[in-house]
Design a protein around this ligand. Structure first.
Ligand SMILES: Nc1ncnc2c1ncn2[C@@H]1O[C@H](COP(=O)(O)OP(=O)(O)OP(=O)(O)O)[C@@H](O)[C@H]1O
Ligand SMILES: [Mg+2]
Length: 277
């Protein structure tokens, strides 16, 4: 029996552009285990956002299947949170009202919604900023609010599309650490898209390396470094080199340079404080 929790199974996505057809994703298969942190790295235009949108149920595949917890994905679900590259906060709503948008389609009573919003603002370190407006936040704080909105419905999967791409290096490193802590504490399965190889290796249990035109999985690199990881260690640099070599491999785009690694047989146990999702 498969232990895959979220799965792209031979997924192809073509777009019609005028009379032409563009193949954004070509036969992409990725299995994500429950509780795993998978990162996806690739050049601009290789189909990362397209793949994430398909995993979220925001778009439909031309061929192939997306499955989550054994069921076909055909629409968005509160069980799959999404965080975009730009925070996408409504300027006329306060931080807590923006985060509450993640609960829009739930039937929870008002008091429970307020409690969940408060809990998740605390989780991302914005406990004291519930009633401020987005323009009063720094870029990093706005992205934290985006993460809180993605998590507030207690999804078991969080999909992140280059969430730290627009941040300075110091803020980015801090948010990566915070995201990793949230992942360890909450037991949520993470899929993070990035063009930053350092970020992909620092955060991922496995790094999916994509090649462009058409977007394909070139290789899946397992990262067995223990957490917390050291950004500057020789071991980290060695994995980064491997990912970079794969990214820049020449030859026919999409030709696998090695067989994709198998999913880990078992997923790391979670701390006892994990909230049931
Ligand atoms: N709705 C759409 N209609 C037509 N073409 C699209 C659509 N969405 C994506 N594409 C095309 O599919 C390809 C992959 O786009 P995608 O946005 O997934 O790339 P990406 O890897 O996320 O790039 P970036 O790193 O720049 O965000 C691109 O060539 C893009 O032009
Ligand atoms: Mg993108």
């Amino acid at each position: 029996m498969s232990i895959s929790h979220l799965q792209a199974d031979h997924v192809t996505r073509r777009f019609k552009i005028g009379t032409d057809t563009l193949t954004a994703l070509d036969d992409v298969s990725v299995d994500v285990a429950k509780g795993e942190f998978v990162t996806i790295v690739g050049a601009s235009g290789c189909g990362k956002s397209t793949l994430l949108r398909l995993l979220a149920g925001l778009d439909a595949a031309t061929a192939g299947q997306i499955r989550h917890a054994g069921a076909d994905v055909s629409e968005p679900s509160l069980n799959r949170g999404i965080v975009f590259q730009e925070p996408r906060l409504f300027p006329w709503l306060t931080v807590e009202q923006n985060v509450a948008l993640g609960l829009l389609n739930t039937k929870l009573v008002k008091a429970r919604k307020a409690e969940l919003v408060r809990e998740h603002l605390e989780l991302v370190g914005l406990g004291g900023f519930a009633t401020v407006y987005p323009h009063q936040l720094s870029g990093g704080m706005a992205q934290r609010a985006g993460i809180a909105r993605g998590l507030v419905s207690r999804p078991n999967v969080l999909l992140l599309d280059e969430p730290f791409g627009a941040l300075d290096a110091i803020t980015k490193a801090r948010l990566q650490d915070e995201l990793q802590e949230i992942w360890a504490k909450e037991g949520v399965t993470m899929v993070l898209v990035t063009h930053d190889v350092e970020e992909a290796v620092y955060l991922g249990d496995r790094v999916v390396v994509m090649s462009p035109r058409p977007g394909r999985v070139r290789e899946i690199v397992p990262v067995t470094l223990e957490r917390p990881r050291r950004r500057t260690s020789a071991e980290t640099a060695a994995v980064r080199d491997r990912v970079l070599t794969s990214l820049h491999a020449t030859g026919e785009a999409g030709t696998p340079v090695s067989r994709p690694a198998q999913m880990p047989e078992q997923v790391r146990p979670r701390p006892a404080i994990a909230i049931a999702r």
